[in-house]
Design a protein around this ligand. Structure first.
Ligand SMILES: Nc1nc2c(ncn2[C@@H]2O[C@H](COP(=O)(O)OP(=O)(O)OP(=O)(O)O)[C@@H](O)[C@H]2O)c(=O)[nH]1
Ligand SMILES: [Mg+2]
Length: 293
């Protein structure tokens, strides 16, 4: 049984083909709207899939989902507040490792994600062979390959969106291992857990990571929503200071390094570069099926 209405967000790096996909999905059924308080255009459209009307929002291109630029803020706020049924993470298939940085952040927001490997023609021309099943298994989410400027793979993508929306079961996607910071993240989550306004609304682990990074937007959110906000934020500041003193590293740098390590770990067993002789060889390491993290 299809759901009657779905909200789908297209997220991905600049220039990876989001708007090409948006146009392929929605055709002429689209308009420009506004995000509150910023000049970034909000592209909204819709399509019908069986009995389901699917609203699509083409988010601005971003490499990350921090609050440093209006594009990142807009994308992040949309996902966290509008809670789309599915996020399509559009990715340049010739550049997977770099793009996974954003994927991990989408997954931390506990939103169902379909990974769309677009630009498969470019990847193929560069001799990059992607083991899609391995990538899907490593990440714990569906992966669909497309060359969207030629419409290739669109049917599979439509079916994957619907399947994820229909399943409703919570996925068990991969988690970045923040190693030495994990115990600090648990402490932050303990502080947040007694605040019903937060717990019922936002993913706890995501908030904990953001707060350890020192994200000011999330600090403001805590001030607005948590009754014991001063106490919570003071304790988090102490935890941040303790971490930085113990590991001689800025917390946001440490978080970024863990994400890059996770991207390396996930992508390595899935990528092969075709040798000039035509015999495939591993792109950046030995192929194995050990799931990362
Ligand atoms: N070779 C190839 N080109 C593609 C594919 N999909 C899209 N393109 C082209 O890539 C360019 C960028 O596509 P867009 O759809 O504008 O990318 P975008 O992600 O919306 O870009 P921003 O809005 O700037 O973030 C366009 O010239 C597209 O025609 C593909 O699968 N293969
Ligand atoms: Mg675009």
């Amino acid at each position: 049984m299809g759901t009657d209405k779905l909200l789908v967000a297209l997220a991905g790096q600049p220039n990876c083909g989001k708007s090409t996909l948006f146009n392929a999905l929605t055709g002429a059924r689209q308009h420009v709207a506004n995000y509150p308080g910023v000049t970034v255009d909000k592209m909204v459209g819709w399509y019908r899939y069986g009995d389901t009307r699917v609203e699509v929002v083409d988010l601005p291109g971003t490499y990350s989902l921090t609050s440093y630029s209006p594009e990142e803020r807009v994308s992040r706020d949309f996902i966290i507040h509008d809670k789309p049924s599915v996020a399509i993470n559009v990715m340049d298939a010739s550049n997977i490792k770099r793009c996974l940085y954003l994927t991990f952040q989408l997954l931390e927001m506990e939103i169902p994600v379909v990974l769309n490997l677009n630009m498969m023609d470019v990847a193929k021309n560069r001799g990059i062979i992607i083991d899609q099943a391995a990538l899907s298994w490593q990440l714990g989410i569906p992966v669909v390959a497309t060359t969207m400027n030629r419409g290739q793979g669109k049917k599979d993508l439509l079916a994957a969106i619907q399947a994820v929306a229909d399943t409703k079961k919570s996925q068990s996607p991969v988690r970045v291992d923040y190693k030495e910071m994990e115990s600090y993240l648990r402490d932050v989550q303990e502080l947040l857990i007694s605040e019903p306004n937060l717990v019922d609304t936002y993913p706890l682990r995501w908030m904990a990571i953001k707060l350890m990074e020192g994200d000011e937007t999330i600090q403001t959110l805590i001030r607005k929503k948590a009754s014991r906000h001063e106490q919570i934020l003071t304790k988090i500041e102490i935890l941040r200071d303790q971490f930085e003193a113990a590991f001689d590293e800025k917390t946001e740098m440490y978080v970024a390094q863990c994400r890059y390590a996770a991207a390396e770990g996930v992508s390595r067993p899935c990528l092969t570069r075709a040798a000039k002789s035509g015999i495939a060889r591993p792109a950046i390491g030995i192929r194995d099926r050990t799931r990362f993290a």
